[in-house]
Write a protein that binds this ligand. Structure first.
Ligand SMILES: [Mg+2]
Length: 264
C-alpha cells in the first residue's frame, strides 16, 4: 500500500541478529542484554500532534457527496477519538447504504484522493512545540516512537507528510480494519512486536492522545497514558478517565519530556 514504511533491514552476526528501524539499532537476540529500544510511545495524530483545520472531515464530506450523493454526512456524528472505519460504517448505515467491503473501499479511495488537496487548502497547524517534543523524545535510545490512530494508514501518512512529521515514525496501529479504538491498540502492540522482533506488551508502552477513547484504549492494553487537552476535549473532560498524566498542551518541552519519561 502506498504510504507504508519500508520493511526493516535484517542483519546477522555477533551473538544475535539485529533490525535497523529508522536510525535505531534493536537487538533481536534473547540472549543479548543490549536492548536499546525498550519502550514504545504510541501517538495519536489529530488533536494531539496536529489540527488539520477540518481538512480531513472536508475530504470525507467531498468523497461521500461525490461517490454516494450524501450531503451533510457529519450531522449528529461524533468523530473525535473514533476510527475511520467506524465513522464510515456509521455514515453508510445512516444513509441506507450497505456496509460492504466494496462500499467501504469506494469511500476510502475517494477520501484519500481528496485528502492532499484538502490539506493544501486548509489553515491547519502543528500543535504547540510538537516538532520539538518529537525531536527530544527521539534522542532517547530506549524509546521508539510509533502511531496509534483512527486514521486509515495511508491517510495518516498523508497528514504526517504534509506537516513533515512522517520521519519520526516507522509503524503503528491504524483505523482501516477496526471500528473500535481498543482493537486498534491491540493491532498497534502487534505491529510493534513484529517490527521490533520482540514481544511488546502494554507494560512496555504509552499512549498519548487527546480524547477519552485514547485513554480507554491505553487502559485496555495495560499501557500508560498521557492525555493532552489540545483537541476538542478540555482537561476537565479528560481527567475523569484517569490518564496517568494530563497536559493542557505540550508547550513546555523540557517539562513534558521529563514527565513522559518519568511516567513511562
Ligand atoms: Mg485525536
Amino acid at each position: 500500500m502506498a504510504g507504508e514504511k519500508p520493511e526493516p533491514q535484517e542483519f546477522s552476526g555477533f551473538s544475535g541478529s539485529f533490525a535497523l528501524i529508522g536510525r535505531k539499532l534493536v537487538t533481536t537476540s534473547r540472549q543479548n542484554s543490549l536492548i536499546m529500544a525498550e519502550k514504545v510511545i504510541f501517538f495519536d495524530i489529530d488533536g494531539t500532534l496536529l489540527n488539520t483545520g477540518g481538512a480531513g472531515q472536508r475530504a470525507m464530506e467531498r468523497a461521500l457527496n461525490e461517490e454516494f450523493r450524501i450531503e451533510f454526512p457529519f450531522q449528529g456524528v461524533l468523530t473525535a477519538g473514533r476510527t475511520d472505519r467506524g465513522i464510515t460504517e456509521e455514515i453508510l448505515e445512516r444513509h441506507s447504504f450497505d456496509n460492504t467491503p466494496e462500499n467501504r473501499t469506494r469511500f476510502r479511495d475517494a477520501y484519500l484522493d481528496q485528502l492532499p488537496g484538502s490539506l493544501q487548502d486548509s489553515p491547519g497547524l502543528l500543535l504547540p512545540r510538537i516538532r520539538e517534543l518529537l525531536e527530544q523524545l527521539a534522542t532517547h535510545s530506549h524509546v521508539t516512537l510509533s502511531l496509534l490512530t483512527g486514521n486509515y494508514a495511508e491517510g495518516a501518512w498523508i497528514k504526517l507528510r504534509h506537516y513533515e512529521l512522517d520521519h519520526f515514525f516507522q509503524f503503528g496501529g491504524f483505523g482501516d480494519h477496526n471500528a473500535h479504538r481498543n482493537d486498534v491498540a491491540q493491532a498497534a502492540i502487534a505491529a510493534a512486536s513484529a517490527q521490533l522482533n520482540r514481544t511488546v506488551d502494554g507494560a512496555d508502552a504509552m499512549v498519548i492522545g487527546d480524547t477519552p477513547a485514547d485513554i480507554q484504549c491505553a487502559h485496555a492494553i495495560g499501557a500508560k497514558c498521557v492525555a493532552v487537552a489540545t483537541g476538542v476535549y478540555s482537561s476537565s473532560e479528560l481527567e475523569p478517565h484517569n490518564p496517568d498524566h494530563l497536559f493542557e498542551d505540550f508547550a513546555d518541552t523540557d517539562q513534558v519530556v521529563n514527565r513522559i519519561l518519568a511516567v513511562l
